[in-house]
Design a protein around this ligand. Structure first.
Ligand code: SAM
Length: 437
């Protein structure tokens, strides 16, 4: 066993254990290891952690099938090591004997020699009967599709004809998509540059700035990345700028702006627009600044709570021609990129998010000039966060009218337009365009 593989597995134990305790997200928990790990070690750590999250319900099911009794809370590290071992046996291209031996050896590193035999027995049972057990559990969607039951129930209620396809798409990693900065180059020219460097790519279908790479790569290796020629952004997010149709003369509020993907897309669309990017997280707002600087765009940044700041602006009579309200949400449309959502999100989060989203909408509305447009977006697939929010808002807001988003893609709902995640293409996303009468 290499020291690196052993260290990486123990790092993965810490990360999976933190996720199970709801102590951070996969992306935040991976960051501290970036400095100390070699690139290939970090890639392995990422592959293990993402894989465990993606297949979590299946791994949990198998571990409970082969354990005579649940492990104690203080042996959380062994539970996580077991899930990691099962994931490696089923999904990673590694010899079975190496996975079993290395996981058993990791017990010693965790100073839990007593668990060696137990882990050996469970992993060998998975090796012999794991696949068969999973095959026989196919009729149980939470195991077959590896999603929590509450989420499957909600998706089935919202999308009875589509939810199985959604669950399947959620388990297929999303492609790496670029937004071509059309101020600096054209999509056609950038595709040619990629082809000349033997990087296979094709145009996106819903947004004319999108380029989808056949294989993910290091952004810094992309031609013109540091000069702002391209940015990484799913096309479902890119298209928000086109729907909002910002003009160069507009004063624009990006009300939940960080890390700034949509702010930058808006300014690439209308570079003279006066954009104010607000977010309540300073560390995330720093990313907005970095992105703007790399691309060479200008905006005013403000770290504040929208729910407090909006009242202040009203008193100062500061109004906007366009508002983008990209609300904090369940992120159920981007599970394929953030599989930890399967572990982290809980049913009562949806109720809390609904309250916050409606409050944000109500606070933003008075900031819009008459005739101005507000685009409400979320990366959620749940109707409670999307069209039901807009329905409730329109019901209570006489000076709000909905504008048709007249595009050929997605599902037109009673209010707004919904995209489902599509393998090899865009994420799941929701848009509703409102105008002040
Ligand atoms: C969906 S993300 C925005 C993504 C961003 N629009 C982009 O395209 O890069 C939602 C953002 O809302 C911010 N947020 C959450 N609650 C907020 C509040 N009360 N006031 C301002 N921002 C808030 C979060 O920090 C988060 O960055």
């Amino acid at each position: 066993m290499t020291v690196t593989a052993d260290t990486t597995r123990l790092q993965a134990v810490s990360i999976v254990s933190a996720l199970r305790a709801n102590n951070g997200s996969l992306s935040s928990l991976l960051v501290p290891y970036r400095k100390q790990n070699l690139p290939e070690q970090q890639a392995l750590l990422q592959a293990i952690c993402f894989g465990v999250c993606r297949h979590y319900e299946q791994l949990l099911y198998l571990s409970t099938q082969f354990l005579k009794k649940p492990l104690r809370k203080k042996d959380e590290d062994i539970s996580c090591l077991m899930l990691i071992g099962i994931y490696q046996l089923l999904y990673m291209n590694m010899p079975d004997y190496a996975v079993v031996n290395e996981c058993v050896e990791s017990c010693r590193k965790l100073k839990k020699n007593w668990a060696k035999n137990l882990l050996n027995a469970v992993l060998r049972s998975v090796q012999r009967e794991g696949q068969e057990l999973l095959d026989s559990a196919q009729s149980e969607p939470s195991i077959h599709y590896s999603h929590p039951q509450w989420l499957i129930r909600q998706l089935a209620a919202d999308w009875p004809e589509d939810y199985l396809q959604i669950l399947e798409a959620n388990n297929i990693q999303g492609p790496m998509t670029l937004r071509v900065n059309q101020l600096l180059t054209s999509r056609q020219d950038y595709l040619q540059v990629l082809a000349s460097k033997s990087i296979s790519a094709h145009p996106g279908v819903i947004c004319d700035s999108a380029v989808i790479l056949e294989q993910a790569c290091d952004v810094n290796a992309l031609h013109g990345f540091s000069a702002g020629l391209v940015s990484v952004q799913d096309e479902a997010s890119q298209v928000a700028a086109q729907i909002l149709q910002v003009r160069n003369s507009d004063r624009v509020l990006d009300a939940c702006a960080a890390p700034g993907g949509k702010s930058c897309a808006i300014l690439e669309y209308a570079p003279e627009a006066q954009l104010l990017a607000l977010d309540n997280s300073q560390s995330r707002l720093d990313k907005v600044r970095e992105n703007l600087q790399r691309i060479g765009l200008r905006a005013e940044l403000l770290c504040a709570d929208l729910l407090h700041q909006a009242g202040q602006w009203r008193r100062q009579e500061l109004f906007f021609d366009r508002i983008l309200l990209d609300v904090p949400c369940s992120a159920t449309g981007v599970i394929r990129r953030h599989p930890d959502i399967k572990l982290l999100r809980q049913p009562d989060d949806i109720e809390k998010l609904k309250v916050l989203q409606q409050a944000m909408l109500l606070e933003c509305w008075p900031l819009l000039k008459p005739g101005g447009k507000l685009l409400y977006t979320s990366c959620s697939l749940l109707q409670a966060e999307n069209n039901q929010q807009i329905q409730a808002f329109l019901h209570n807001t006489p000076d709000a009218a909905e504008l048709d988003i007249n595009l050929a893609w997605g599902h037109k709902l009673n209010h707004g337009r919904q995209l489902f995640p599509s393998p090899g293409a865009h994420d799941g996303f929701y848009y509703a365009l409102l105008q002040k009468c």
